[in-house]
Design a protein around this ligand. Sequence first.
Ligand SMILES: *Cc1c(COP(=O)(O)O)cnc(C)c1O
Length: 410
Amino acid sequence: MIASKPMPHDVAATGVPGSLRERFHIAPGLRYFDGNSLGLMPRAAAQAAMRAVTQEWAEGLILSWNQAGWDTLPQRAGEKIARLVGAAPGQLVACDSTSVNLYKVLVSAVRLRPGRSTIVTDIDSFPTDLYIIDQVARQFGLRVQQIPASAMAAALDTQTAAVVLTQVDYRTAQVHDMAAFNQAAHAAGALMVWDLSHTAGAIPCALDATQADFAVGCGYKYLNGGPGAPGYLYVAQRHQQACEQPLAGWFGHARPFEFTPTYQPAPGVARFLCGTSPVVALSILDAALDAFDGSDMARLYAQSLVLSDAFIDGVDRQLAPHGFAIASPRPHAARGSHVSLRHPRGYEIMQELARRQIIGDFRMPDFMRFGFAPLYNTLQDVQALIDALDQVMRDAAWQRSDPQVRRAFT
Ligand SMILES: *Cc1c(COP(=O)(O)O)cnc(C)c1O
């Protein structure tokens, strides 16, 4: 007798085969909605970590820089990310953290616009971005204009050196129009720097086609590169030769192994590398990115919308009495891949959900965030989440959590 394989639950509804989900380790009983903060572990990531440590390091040792291709990992992982964000080859490398990469590209941008006096950014930016922008401004004697994203385009003028914006807002999932902002920045003679931390791997992105100048982003969110995974940076081909990045280290040198006392930048985007790569972490990220093999962002985005629509619909229909406010935009084009609800008891509710193996996260002051990762979340996950929220509110089970006791990491 031939046992037929059961149809993966969501194939009919979304066209995304269940086999993508099978590429991930998912603990039994877990419903995970935090792939926007720390993605699940692709099975291939564990194998890559083992290989990098027990073979390439233990056996190959220093020879592995060449033989195992450690030397080109930033480029190889970078090109896999480039495919997801609409960048042609030769413009994106995986390296350092998002914060450090923002520093490198923003300094490069303001150096390309000497004589201009301001950096414009969104007042609701992720705080690390604001902190880095402030330091760059202090170092170059510039002024920062922190204003609502909706007012940014109108605020650009001949004094604007650079504009920094996160494409998908980390709290609300509001999506900002990349083409429109690039155009507005360029019309003012400024350069546009994007943070794609909540974009890459979740929604389609067209860096080249929309004429973006610079971009940075995280490797551990929708890209599933693991805790503290290297981030990435993009520099449009047309700017690379003129860019002088401030963390000029030997890995960004044109010929690092000539050990010359003077710095000469590598010809392309490689000049944005700094020191020795974190090889094990990069090997994991590189392997994790293969979870996207065989799918394209348009298809994954369709899955993302099916999931977030189902969640919003469930909140409207089933959770109406419980007083949640949907903080994310409803129109598809304005919404990324997570949905935020606001509730005065949001922190305690999230704690109670976690006790039930339903994991999302909380952002100040009252945002309950639920990420829908198109590679592995299913409609069954969404219904389980709606049912659990309903139950927690009906039973007032959130009262079991003490609102005064907050963990350091939420
Ligand atoms: C997650 C996130 C970061 C994190 O930066 P790290 O340097 O990786 O800690 C930065 N910016 C945005 C918009 C983020 O969402």
